[in-house]
Design a protein around this ligand. Structure first.
Ligand code: SF4
Ligand code: SF4
Length: 438
């Protein structure tokens, strides 16, 4: 074979770059990002006293069992209805219809993002299995990882990272809204559960994850910036729900793909394990002051889901973007938070309530105060997403700013001032319906 011409050489280079951009993690394509060996537990100084979190203390579950918070779900629904009837900006008939549409898929699938082994979070195959008589799939870990990324993107993932499952991030117990109690989550290498080779829910509602399921495929869905930018309105909540509808399809489809190859898969939106540390371990961002993942491209304006599997996969390294360091100077989300739920001060290991994981050095957000504000405005607020300077378009100037933040933390105070001066971080409740999408 002769040497390629110059034009063939550049065509080949372009094709390869396109392939890599699609097959690899988006974060890997962001020039300001550096990889690190320091996973979430090390970076956020998890203490030896740390114990796995019981899902019933998650603030989204507390209203179902804790008398302290039991009034919140009803109050939230009543205030939402009152504001829609009054036609308040961001709670118009358009917003109501938008929200109804955004929740429709979940009503069909029976999905509740917080309930494991139900709806699209289901642990059993919906029909996918290897074809009888066909040769068993034998991809190597790197080929499997490429295929998973490809399939995840086909079903709507904006970014994909793969990590070994750190069991510290798996809930100690899952919360069942039917019985309003929580039940243990165990692994098959624990005494009494040996020999369980498939994800299983026992008669006593204990859930067992096979020890072989040691990988987590973590996926990111960016949210619509203009929709979230209307916070704290029903438009914002509907925009959040659009992303959850996409997660519904995404996790179900990726899990079925894995089962079709003959492996186990546990699809999971917000249940079974904590999303943020898994996403950090999978190289998808850092932890912010607002207790959200700060993704290199979309900041906290994104949602996370995952599929736990035993399909052998190569894993990604965690990344450093400078976000957590930037948060130490910034504090815009704390200033914007109407309930003062986000602390202004430094990170701490000390929880402010039972809704925090104890023993992790982070900004301890008062999720109780946050939930009370949600009930007041009848939506899931989102002002701390809007305030964040990491929420910017993909314009080159923002990439330059992120590059500078990652490399020169000394300029962080200046960057915060410039962000304020340019008027970023302010919600615009008119924006979504009047201006359309950027
Ligand atoms: S969602 Fe709203 S109330 Fe809750 S922490 Fe964010 S800004 Fe504060
Ligand atoms: S607003 Fe500032 S402090 Fe809050 S998460 Fe974003 S960068 Fe961090």
């Amino acid at each position: 074979m002769g040497r390629p011409s110059l034009s063939e050489f550049f065509q080949g280079l372009a094709a390869r770059r396109r392939h890599e951009a699609f097959a690899g993690s988006l974060a890997g394509a962001t020039p300001w990002v550096r990889t690190t060996e320091r996973a979430a537990a090390e970076r956020y100084e998890v203490q030896t006293s740390y114990v796995r979190f019981d899902q019933r203390f998650n603030m989204m579950r507390q209203g179902l069992w804790n008398p302290r918070w039991a009034h919140l779900p009803k109050m939230r629904a009543e205030n939402q209805a009152r504001l829609v009837r009054a036609g308040k900006q961001g709670y118009s008939q358009l917003d109501w219809a938008f929200y109804s549409a955004a929740t429709a898929i979940g009503r069909v699938t029976g999905m509740d993002i917080n309930v494991p082994n139900r709806g699209s979070n289901g642990w059993g195959s919906l029909g996918a299995r290897p074809l009888e008589g066909a040769k068993r799939w034998s991809g190597d870990p790197a080929a499997n990882a490429r295929a998973i990324r490809q399939v995840a993107r086909m079903f709507g993932a904006g970014d994909v990272g793969i990590t070994l499952l750190d069991r510290r991030w798996v809930y100690s117990h899952w919360f069942d809204p039917e019985t309003r109690q929580s039940y243990p989550i165990r692994f098959s290498d624990e005494p009494g559960y040996e020999g369980i080779a498939e994800p299983t829910q026992l008669e006593d509602r204990t859930q067992v994850i096979p020890a072989s399921m040691k990988y987590a495929v973590v996926m990111i869905l960016p949210m619509d910036r203009r929709g979230v930018g209307t916070a704290p309105t029903l438009t914002q909540q509907a925009t959040t729900q659009v992303t959850y509808s996409a997660i519904d399809r995404l996790i179900l489809s990726v899990a079925e793909f894995i089962r079709g190859l003959g492996y186990n898969a546990i699809p999971s939106a917000n249940c079974t394990a904590l999303n943020i540390p898994l996403a950090i371990d999978a190289g998808l961002g850092e932890l912010g002051r607002n207790a959200k993942l700060i993704h290199p491209l979309w900041g906290p304006m994104c949602r996370i889901c995952k599929v736990i599997t035993d399909l052998p996969l190569t894993t990604d390294s965690p990344i450093e973007t400078g976000a957590t360091t930037f948060c130490e100077t910034c504090g815009k989300c704390a200033r914007a938070c109407p309930s003062r739920a986000i602390p202004q001060g430094p990170r701490s290991h000390q929880p402010v309530g039972e809704f925090n994981s104890a023993g992790v050095k982070m900004w301890q957000v008062d999720h109780g105060a946050c939930a009370e504000y949600w009930a007041k405005v009848g939506t899931n607020c989102g002002l701390c997403l809007v305030a964040c300077p990491f929420n910017k378009s993909a314009h080159w100037s923002h990439a330059v700013a992120k590059f500078a933040i990652a490399r020169m933390p000394a300029i962080n105070p200046l960057m915060v001032s410039v962000d304020d001066l340019l008027g970023y971080g302010e919600p615009d409740p008119r924006g979504f319906w009047v201006l359309g999408n950027p």
